[in-house]
Structures are given as C-alpha cells and as structure tokens.
Design a protein. Structure first.
Length: 369
C-alpha cells in the first residue's frame, strides 16, 4: 500500500516530496526584523514552509495558571504570552515576506479571535497544535474554512484523534505524530505508529518533532511514511524564544533537510539499513517502537492538563446561573484542576452552580445542578 499524500495549493506532498516546516513560533519576540531574519535563515536552510503562532494569552491560559516549566526554564506563562501579543498586521506583513521567498506561510491559532484573524490572511493551510486537538469549538470553526489542515496528535489518545477527524474530511487532513515533551526523548517516538494511524484513519501522516537529534527521528519518520516533517527553528539555542533551547540552528536544520531528502533517493529499506549501521540497531528499534498508539512516557503527566477543558473566568458563587462570559476553554497546566471536556462548552449556559468555583478552576459535573 502506497503512502497517502497531502495537497496544498495544488502541490502534492508525499514520500518523494516531503513538506518540511520550520516552526518559528513566537521566537521573533514581536520584532519584524528578527522575524525576517529567521525566515531568511530557514529558507536558506531548505524549509518549504514557515510556521508562526498567533498568540493571545486569554485564549490559551487563565492568569491563575501560575508558573510552567518550559525549555528556557520555569516562568509565569500567561504573562509571557501577554508580552508576545502583536496586531494581526504583524503576521499579514510576514505572510507577504514568507511568500516572497517562495515558501508556504503557516500559523497556529489558539482560539476564535486568532482563528478568524488568521482566516482574514487567506492562508493556504492550517495547523492545530496538540493541546487544541480536543478543542471541538475551535476545530469546528477551522474546519468551516475548507482548508487543508495539519493536526498534531501529541498528548492524545486514539479517541481524541477520532473525534477531531470527524470534523475534517480525509482529503483535507494530515495527522502529525508528536510527543509533547521539551525536549522529547527519541526513544519515546514509537514511529511505527505512523503507518498504523494512517491506515486506521485513512489520512496522510507526518511528525512534529521535539527531539534534539537533527536526523534520527525525521529520517525514520519518512521511512515509516511521513509526508510532513515539522521542527522548531532558531538562530541560536541561546536566544530568548520560548522553544529556542530545543530548536535546530540553521546548520542543524539544513542537516535535517538533507537527511529527509536522502530517504527519497536511497529508498526506505536502504535508509533503514544505513541508520542501523550508523546509530546501532537497538537505538533505531527503540525509536521505531511497537506501533501501538499510546501516551508516550514523557507526556503521560500532561494528559488532561496540557489539553483543553472548561475553566471558570471569575469567582462563581453557589446558585449562580452561568452565562457565556463566565467560562472559557483553556489549557489547565499543573496547578489548576481540569474541567469538563470542551464539547460541554455549548451546554453550560443557563445551568446553575451547586457550590463556589474559584476563578481559574476547571468546572466539573459536581459544580452543576
């Protein structure tokens, strides 16, 4: 059975023409000059597509989320996101610059505002980050745009993937296998799962890779059928971007691109044999895994916390009747309790509370009459 392909703007991506994405995220720090420098470096390193993140803190976290461990250290993430907010015109200009370099522009939205602003830019494709894979309201909005979509599957179970794919037709969806850990251990990747989830769901697959090795996971992913490879990109791992400590420098990103392209030249079997000789058979087998979709060891503690659930926007007293402004679908992280699945968002209005719900806490069934 041949690998499934993913089409964007008329270009077909497959095992012979893998789509390579440089994830710049918010590493520009709000500077147009730094953003252009990153785009130029990624283009020169061989990227096909440049990805950003359209961040509004209130769409992602509650202020009471507290400190979060990130690659650059422990920080108050809500405040950090607030500082990274820029007007959509920032990304409009960047989209023009990216396309002037002959590359695809891509961005992740995290809520309705950023989704609709992104849609106003007329992108060629969409990206849903792993924590938003269960955010059914956002997925419904994005699916209505009719664009090809990359859906990251870190910190998810098969049931989460199945629910998300009910909203996107197979011809427009590509699943990106991911391990939600920074950095992610190569031995957690279980890349044999790629062929299995592609067959199970009838969609093309790729990998969003947070491991540190420039070549091992990307090369093996393509051997296993990946048609998309995404990797964080930085000018230096000493820079101040949130993901810069685990990102690839231009030199390493170029190595990765060359390794990915080499698979289509050598073929899957010859590449696999070469990697076993270079890296050792035990190392390669550890990365390939058994192909059973499960939460990776490095991300198990993040399930139901990195993902979205329904949280109180304010202190809510017992006996109050909920209105839309009272709650939001947010990432829980480590301090707050997780709430109801995001699919409950549309069913909470008009319900009465049975007890006090502190601002930021997840709203659970016991809170409601």
């Amino acid at each position: 059975m041949g690998n499934k392909t993913f089409t964007v703007n008329g270009t077909v991506y497959g095992s012979e023409n893998v789509l390579v994405i440089a994830e710049l995220g918010t590493s520009h720090g709000g500077s147009p000059e730094k953003a252009r420098e990153l785009v130029d470096a990624a283009a020169d390193a061989g990227a096909d597509c440049i990805k950003f993140q359209i961040v509004y803190a209130d769409e992602i976290l509650h202020p009471n989320t507290g400190d979060v461990d990130l690659p650059g250290g422990r920080m108050r993430l809500y405040d950090t996101f607030k500082k990274l907010e820029v007007d959509i015109s920032f990304y409009r200009d960047l989209k023009g610059y990216v396309e002037s370099r002959g590359l695809l522009f891509l961005a992740s939205p995290f809520g309705m505002r950023s989704a609709r602003e992104l849609w106003s830019l007329k992108p060629g494709l969409l990206k849903i980050a792993s924590p938003e894979l269960n955010y059914t309201g956002l997925l419904t909005e994005l699916a209505s745009y009719g664009l090809p979509a990359l859906l990251s599957t870190g910190v998810s179970r098969l049931s989460d993937i199945e629910t998300a794919l009910e909203l996107f037709p197979p011809e427009r969806a590509c699943l990106l296998h991911c391990v939600t850990a920074y950095p992610a251990p190569e031995g957690d990747y279980n890349l044999r799962v790629l062929r299995n989830i592609s067959s199970l769901f009838g969609v093309p697959v790729g990998v969003s890779d947070h491991s540190l090795d420039p070549e091992l996971v990307p090369s093996l992913a393509v051997v296993m059928g990946a048609v998309v490879i995404e990797k964080h990109f930085c000018l230096s791992r000493e820079d101040s971007g949130l993901d810069d400590p685990i990102a690839l420098t231009p030199q390493d990103f170029k190595r990765m691109v060359q390794a990915v392209r080499r698979v289509s030249v050598l073929g899957a079997e010859a590449t696999l044999d070469a990697l076993k000789q270079e890296q050792g058979e035990d190392t390669v087998e550890a990365v390939l895994g058994d192909g059973v979709k499960r939460l990776a060891r490095a991300e198990r503690a993040n399930y139901l916390r990195t993902n979205r659930s329904v949280h109180a926007n304010r202190d809510i007293q017992a006996g109050e009747t909920l209105v839309p402004e009272d709650f939001a679908v947010l990432r829980t992280e480590k301090i707050l309790r997780p709430g109801l699945h995001p699919s409950w968002e549309s069913r909470l209005v008009g319900r009465k509370t049975t007890r006090f719900i502190p601002s930021g806490e997840g709203i659970v069934f016991e809170d409601l009459i």
